[in-house]
Write a protein that binds this ligand. Structure first.
Ligand SMILES: NCc1[nH]cc(CCC(=O)O)c1CC(=O)O
Length: 318
């Protein structure tokens, strides 16, 4: 792309190659192609380090950045113009030289209960084996359902469902958005309410990343931005950032619009679920990031710092 005044002849989207990532890239491709009929919109698929290391929990391999690094290199080298991500997987502090220039309207943000035997979390008997590798989901399960056995579950969506179907688990918890995007909505037996389990910051939204030195690309992808979702996820991400959020921290953050106000709820917990602090805040949507910081302070006042210090200590010992 060469100019901000004319539409580029070619727009290249960098994407991971998992089925979910590709669905998301194709979705954005379709929307850009409809907006810019003169442009040829292409997808550059690539495998990231995060996709290759499948046998360790995300928290142990260095976290979210591993899934986006290769895509950023492609943009730096001019092989791609933008990258499409599940926003949940985008680091809270953007890597130097890159910006989030659009946030798409959110798909169902909640966690989904998936099982071939049971209809809902509350139906699981004591000793039932439930699969998740998210520290956030684990802390909530241990706090509210201490009678369940939690077993690690990694891999892409298809792999996780295959492990469930092979009988390795009685039930698994996945983001509803991924299942819906892949046409697997019928696998969802029930949704976890925000009261049961607050979603991860950004869950269900797509983030469009572009190089900071290419404002013309940012202007182009602005057509994909949903302002309401953008306010919500800015508040959620500010909360997470203020608490040092990464997938090493069991933390939930979820904002919605309520009577014209932004309503942000959040929690921080220890992975064993023994300590958990939660709070909520309401305010003007344009104060999104300030609300996130305010909520972080409220959680700190309730003892979030002690929880975070304990987490730092635990991971240093790994
Ligand atoms: N952590 C992996 C991941 N990243 C995005 C989604 C689903 C789509 C979304 O949340 O937008 C998932 C799967 C899951 O958590 O079950």
């Amino acid at each position: 792309m060469d100019s901000s005044t004319s539409t580029p002849s070619r727009i290249v989207i960098a994407s991971r190659e998992s089925r979910l990532a590709m669905w998301q890239a194709v979705h954005v491709q379709g929307r850009l192609a409809a907006q810019f009929p003169q442009s040829q919109v292409e997808i550059l698929g690539m495998t990231t380090q995060g996709d290759q290391i499948l046998d360790k929990p995300l928290a142990a391999i260095g976290g979210k950045g591993l899934f986006i690094k290769e895509l950023e290199v492609a943009m730096q080298e001019g092989r791609a113009d933008l990258a499409v991500h599940s926003l949940k997987d985008v680091p809270m502090v953007m890597p130097e030289g890159f910006v989030l220039s659009a946030i798409s309207a959110r798909e169902t943000p909640f966690d989904a209960f998936v099982s071939n035997k049971y209809a809902a979390l509350d139906d699981l008997p004591a000793g039932a084996v439930i699969g998740t590798s998210s520290l956030r989901r684990e802390s909530v399960l241990r706090a509210r359902y201490p009678q369940l056995v939690i077993k690690s579950l990694r891999g892409n969506l298809d792999t996780r469902l295959r492990k469930l179907d092979a009988g390795e688990y009685d039930a698994i918890i996945l983001a509803a958005a991924g299942l819906i995007r892949l046409g697997l909505k019928e696998r969802i037996r029930s949704l976890l309410t925000p009261e049961q389990s607050l979603p991860a910051p950004g869950q269900g939204a797509l983030g469009i990343e572009t190089p900071a030195d290419r404002p013309e690309t940012a202007a182009l992808v602005a057509v994909l931005n949903d302002p309401e979702t953008a306010h919500c996820v800015r508040a959620e991400r500010a909360l997470s950032r203020a608490l040092g959020g990464s997938c090493q921290v069991p933390l939930g953050g979820y904002a919605i619009f309520d009577n014209g106000q932004l309503w942000l709820r959040g929690f921080v917990a220890t992975a064993d679920g023994k300590q958990m602090v939660s709070a909520e805040v309401r305010g003007a949507p344009q104060d999104d990031e300030a609300l996130g910081l305010q909520l972080a302070d409220m959680l700190r006042a309730q003892g979030a710092d002690a929880i975070l210090a304990q987490l730092a200590h635990a991971s240093a010992g790994q």
